[in-house]
Design a protein around this ligand. Structure first.
Ligand code: F3S
Length: 753
């Protein structure tokens, strides 16, 4: 960890100077997010960057990967031509642990079943100087917050909830594994200079309302697209009153509104958290630089002048929220939930209530949940629903075991799951219902798309704070309002739960546990990275072919996707997580969740030559065997959701040339570019309707492909008619080189030769 402190010191030593220079160039006060961005530029600025327009290069301070994404990232990094990672980096084994019987058993089983993957990761991390957090050590974002995040820092992580570190004042951005490879390879990392959304928090949280409700409310206001291309900067006296981990929860779920990242300026809550997590040295450095680790003076006084959009939330009036089902922006204030249950015929009975995960497993979260559990037990109540607790890290788990919260929650009826993602990412073997059975679950996680938690499209998943989830677990009903309703206890008495109380941080400090961490060693480069050639889970990568210099002519339309097409629809998780390190095998899941606009069915496509309907990947393989490329047409916000680069690699691997959509989610759009595919958007979104099932598509003028220049598509219909459609793209000059080279990695390897 000493390397982390040295790096932080270097960042702080240069921070003020870089920000002062930037302020002179820009000629106005800077917001906090702008300061951190300017402090990490790859080159000194000569002008103010245009928000939402300019592509700018950065040198982030560190990178993080979770095991599902680390496999492919490290497989790619092996081709980058370097001995060690250029920046401090860590990989975290948290995504492959299936929740079923409880932490001990589930962890043992996962270690057994995933041995070859963990062995691969351990060896490849050791070889290339990357820290490795073993299975059971914790969930990536919690571990990052506890050990590495720091105010004023910049990090990228191959997981879409990387912005969690914004709770400690860090600009932390979720990216694809390919971006992580760039930064580990010492290349600058490119980002479109973001817009800025200011969220002014006034008042103070109280009663049943929790930090989670800030973001649940904001998701309702902004929708899943409202933050796209923007950094959300929180400020105001309300922000100062929220704990560091509460801030992290809010930043974590900024991913649900599509935000590039979210961040809070440095404050005393962050200093407290740094000290409690054994980083008094970092707290001291940050305190010395405190005047820079916030916006300049005028910004928060006149926010309208500096932010592209300003939203004010009064915490005094903020109600607890329950969001869902199927989308995190369907926000129901608690007082309106009863009506919503009736109106929409949501199953009122809650089958399972789940607290914890990377979003909400802080000491404060668990302490407040345990406070409710304690009250319930004292009043003769137990959980009516099944109830699970997922600690975010071994540090939190060991601390809440020592301080008694775990025992209370278990007495209430809770089952403790491993310190891992589990049900949050679909790694959940449910025994209580069958797939296809309609049921309601409620959790304190972040994402609730269909099938996300248990692979069952009929599970209605609702998201709320751990406090509300715990109260509803006790009631067993979605329509229960702990603010107003009573519950009947075992003696038949009507009892009421009081608003919860919890400590922000453990009075006795955290139980430190680094047993699960393997620090890089100087002789690590001698390590041999082994992959069994017969492995079905790991496969060395081959390079993608460079572009042959010709237009794409008469390509079959593989699929026209209708409605939501998230990365979960393109490359589902759940059982497929198993193949994250084996591109050929995982490609069998390609578009399994996407809805075919012509048939309304999920995961199928028509082979234009045989007329047969088959799983999309099979049709793609048939085209590939004929050496034919193909294109996919998508709807709005194509590729929203997680940072999974497999959702871009699979189409590329199976012969895809371009994805043409009404609009793209940022991370996925970049991932497609990295893999050498063309993400194109309809200049007129209504042209989406002109695409028919048997169309052959040409994309012409590619030799002249240049930034901001539209591209022409010629669509030949089966009846002999054709349409000419103009397409836009957001490729920069550098990104066009990726396309030409066949992928960004091909270019990097060339440069590192
Ligand atoms: Fe992500 Fe949930 Fe794990 S949001 S990091 S899958 S706990």
């Amino acid at each position: 960890m000493a390397a982390n402190f040295d790096m932080i010191k270097r960042v702080y030593d240069n921070f003020e100077n870089k920000v002062d220079k930037a302020r002179k160039v820009v000629g106005r006060p800077l917001t906090y997010a702008e300061k951190v961005l300017y402090a990490h530029l790859a080159e000194e600025p000569t002008r103010e960057f245009v928000r939402g327009k300019d592509f700018v290069d950065f040198y982030p301070d560190r990178v993080a990967m979770q095991d599902a994404t680390a496999q492919m990232a490290m497989l790619q990094f092996m081709h980058a031509g370097r001995k060690t990672s250029a920046v401090p980096a860590t990989a975290h084994a948290d995504h492959l642990i299936v929740a079923q019987n409880g932490s001990k058993e589930d962890l043992e089983k996962a270690i057994e079943e995933n041995r070859e993957v963990y062995d691969f990761l351990e060896s490849v991390c050791k070889k290339y100087g990357v820290g490795f957090w073993k299975p059971g050590a914790g969930i990536i974002h919690q571990v990052i917050l506890e050990n590495y995040a720091f105010p004023g820092g910049m990090m990228i992580g191959s997981d879409s909830h990387t912005p969690n570190a914004g709770g400690l004042g860090m600009i932390a951005i979720g990216v694809g594994g390919a971006d992580v490879v760039d930064v580990m390879a010492g290349m600058p990392w490119e980002l479109k200079w973001p817009k800025l959304i200011g969220v002014k928090l006034t008042g103070k949280l109280s009663g049943w309302t929790a930090p989670k409700d800030v973001i649940l409310k904001l998701a309702g206001l902004l929708t899943v697209k409202g933050g796209t291309g923007a950094i959300i900067e929180y400020f105001g006296e309300g922000a100062d009153s929220i704990s560091c981990t509460g801030k992290a929860t809010i930043c974590n779920m900024g991913a649900e509104v599509g935000a590039t990242t979210s961040v809070f300026p440095f404050d005393v809550k962050m200093a407290n958290y740094l000290r409690k997590t054994d980083r008094a040295d970092v707290a001291e450095l940050a305190e010395k630089l405190a005047h820079q680790l916030k916006a300049d003076d005028d910004v928060y006084a006149n926010p309208k002048k500096y932010f592209d959009q300003l939203i004010e939330i009064n915490l005094n009036e903020l109600e607890p929220h329950i969001n869902g089902p199927f989308t995190p922006d369907l926000a129901h204030p608690l007082s309106k939930m009863k009506e919503a249950v009736k109106e929409n015929d949501y199953p009122d009975n809650i089958s399972v209530a789940l607290i914890g995960s990377c979003t909400n497993s802080s000491y404060e979260d668990i302490d407040r949940a345990a406070n409710i559990a304690k009250q319930a037990l004292a009043k003769g109540l137990k959980a009516k629903s099944q109830f699970t607790i997922t600690p975010g890290s071994e540090q939190v788990r060991a601390t809440i075991e020592r301080d008694g919260q775990l025992q209370v929650l278990t007495e209430l009826g809770g089952k403790v799951l491993a310190n891992a993602c589990g049900p949050c990412i679909g790694m959940w073997k449910r025994m209580d219902i069958k797939t296809g059975e309609r049921n309601t679950i409620i959790n304190s996680f972040n994402r609730n798309f269909a099938k996300r938690n248990d692979n069952n499209p009929e599970t209605l998943s609702f998201v709320a704070s751990p406090e509300i989830v715990t109260a509803l677990a006790i009631a067993g009903r979605l329509s229960f309002n702990p603010e107003t309703d009573t519950l009947k206890n075992e003696k038949g008495e009507e009892v009421k739960l009081d608003p919860p109380y919890g400590d922000e941080l453990p009075l006795k400090g955290f139980v430190k546990d680094n047993k699960g961490y393997l620090e890089p060693t100087p002789d690590g480069f001698n390590t041999e990275v082994k992959i069994d050639p017969n492995s079905e889970r790991l496969q060395f990568l081959e390079r993608f072919e460079p572009w042959d210099g010709n237009d794409f002519v008469d390509l079959p339309l593989l699929l026209k996707a209708k409605g939501k097409c998230t990365t979960d629809h393109i490359s589902p998780a759940g059982q497929w997580l198993r193949y994250r390190g084996h591109l050929d095998n995982i490609s069998k899941n390609m578009f399994l969740g996407a809805v075919n606009a012509f048939t309304g069915k999920t995961g199928e496509a028509k082979n234009l030559f045989t007329g047969e309907y088959k799983p999309v990947h099979e049709v793609a393989r048939e085209y590939k065997a004929k050496r034919l490329g193909w294109v996919v047409v998508g709807d709005e916000n194509y590729g929203e959701g997680s940072s999974r680069e497999h959702a871009a690699m699979e189409p590329r691997y199976l012969g895809g040339k371009a994805i043409i959509a009404k609009s793209f989610a940022r991370i996925h759009e970049t991932n497609l570019k990295k893999q050498g595919m063309l993400p194109l958007t309809f200049a007129d979104p209504s042209d989406y309707d002109k695409i028919r099932e048997d169309d052959r598509i040409s994309i012409v003028g590619l030799k002249e492909l240049s930034p901001e220049k539209p591209v022409k598509m010629i669509v030949k219909h089966k009846d002999g008619s054709q349409d000419e459609i103009m397409l836009n793209h957001s490729l920069s000059a550098g990104q066009i080189e990726w396309f030409k080279a066949g992928s960004a990695l091909n270019l990097i390897a060339e440069k590192n030769k």
